[in-house]
Design a protein around this ligand. Structure first.
Ligand SMILES: Nc1ncnc2c1ncn2[C@@H]1O[C@H](COP(=O)(O)OP(=O)(O)O)[C@@H](O)[C@H]1O
Ligand SMILES: [Mg+2]
Length: 365
């Protein structure tokens, strides 16, 4: 649906140009909810504004629905913008217009619809976002969540193929955030609209998106299915965002305090593997013991997951690891073995990259 090819964006600055985007390549499929995450100043808003050409790239190509749109002007540009709705963090509603008037506004601008047709469309849109009863209110009479629902209805008015949401829930409380995210998922499901969700919060991505790209200093440093990026972050910037959402549960202090022995592994259970009592069963079969050192359990969109760092000890640790793998568990083995709590007796460990990055372990060993 959207392809960005080698996009660069420089802004003129007092002390020379500021590079907001530096060689961004991205491909967003039709019908998916695609997250773009990064900390403040990473270039997210600039990136999303390039998709509907509110900003023009300094270099590279923007392709929407198979057409290179980078140089679109006039009527072509107007048509493109009608295909792409946008939802803003601070709603950007017209304060002098009612809820009805705000949602009607983009339809009026097209000049293509009569009064009754507009009224019908607005009624349907307000029903979709759950605001039928509020049509005659003004923005100042609405809560934040209701205002954002108006913003979403307005963005959907011209039946766009794409919805761009730039920090759409960042001004809302957690409960309202949940209901707005649910509304976006519903819109994606029912209307097949492709959604691009910009956020600085990993939790929003985890609950809502199919795939995600991580933006850091104007570059895409990591991209993939949310399950992959969330559970096996590769880049330091991603790790930081994941840790903010999911503190590592005291991994460092657990290992240090517990006098851990055995082989340290990180186990990731997804889907079916997360629904079965695999760990206990396989440990029992192989005469192994496990000690949980850190962990997190939850859902990634609708996919249940559990991820534990455990130490395995006892009879047949290798057999237990093989059994877990056969059961669909991803096992990342921490190189070497811990024999007892006394640092002197431990052989030196060469952590696997994945565990090396997993908060704290490196400091213990
Ligand atoms: N209109 C502009 N003029 C100059 N610099 C800009 C402009 N818009 C964004 N920038 C700069 O580009 C970088 C990325 O900004 P932005 O896309 O807003 O990041 P984010 O949305 O991830 O916080 C920042 O350094 C910002 O100061
Ligand atoms: Mg921004």
């Amino acid at each position: 649906m959207i392809t960005l090819e080698n996009i660069r964006k420089d802004f003129p600055g007092k002390t020379g140009a500021v590079t907001a985007l530096d060689g961004v390549n991205l491909s967003i499929a039709k019908g998916e909810i695609f997250g773009i995450i990064g900390s403040s100043g990473a270039g997210k808003s600039t990136l999303v504004r390039l998709i509907n050409l509110l900003e023009r790239p300094t270099g590279g190509e923007v392709i929407v629905d198979g057409r290179a749109v980078t140089d679109f002007k006039g009527g072509d540009l107007r048509d493109l913008r009608r295909q792409i709705g946008m939802v803003f963090q601070h709603f950007n509603l017209l304060s002098a217009r009612t809820v009805f008037g705000n949602v009607a506004y983009p339809l009026e601008l097209t000049g293509e619809y009569g009064r009754h047709e507009i009224a019908d469309k607005v009624k349907t849109l307000l029903a979709r976002v759950g605001l039928e009863a509020h049509a005659q209110k003004y923005p100042r009479q609405l809560s934040g969540g209701q205002k954002q629902r108006v913003g979403i209805a307005r963005a959907l008015a011209c039946a766009p193929k794409v919805l761009l949401c730039d920090e759409a829930t960042s001004a809302l409380d957690p409960q309202t955030t949940g209901s707005v995210l649910e509304l976006l998922r519903q819109i994606n499901r029912d209307l097949g609209v492709t959604i691009v969700l910009i956020t600085h919060e990993m939790d929003i991505v985890r609950r809502t998106c199919d795939r995600v790209a991580v933006l850091d200093h104007g570059r895409v440093v990591e991209t993939g299915p949310v399950t992959q990026v969330f559970l096996h972050p590769q880049h330091e910037a991603t790790l930081k965002l994941v840790r903010e959402a999911e503190p590592d549960g005291g991994l460092l202090s657990n290992i240090a305090a517990a006098g851990v022995s055995g082989r340290i592994v990180r186990l990731t259970f997804l889907n079916d593997a997360a629904r079965k009592p695999l760990l206990g069963k396989i440990a029992r079969e192989h005469g192994a013991d496990y000690q949980i050192l850190a962990g997190r359990v939850g859902n990634i969109r609708d996919t249940p997951y559990a991820q534990f760092t455990v130490s395995l000890s006892g009879q047949d640790v290798a057999g237990a690891i093989a059994g877990l793998r056969a059961g669909g568990v991803t096992v990342e083995v921490h190189g070497g073995e811990l024999h007892d709590a006394d640092g002197e007796k431990r052989p030196s460990l060469t952590p696997l990259p994945a565990l090396h990055r997993d908060g704290g372990l490196r400091h213990v060993v």
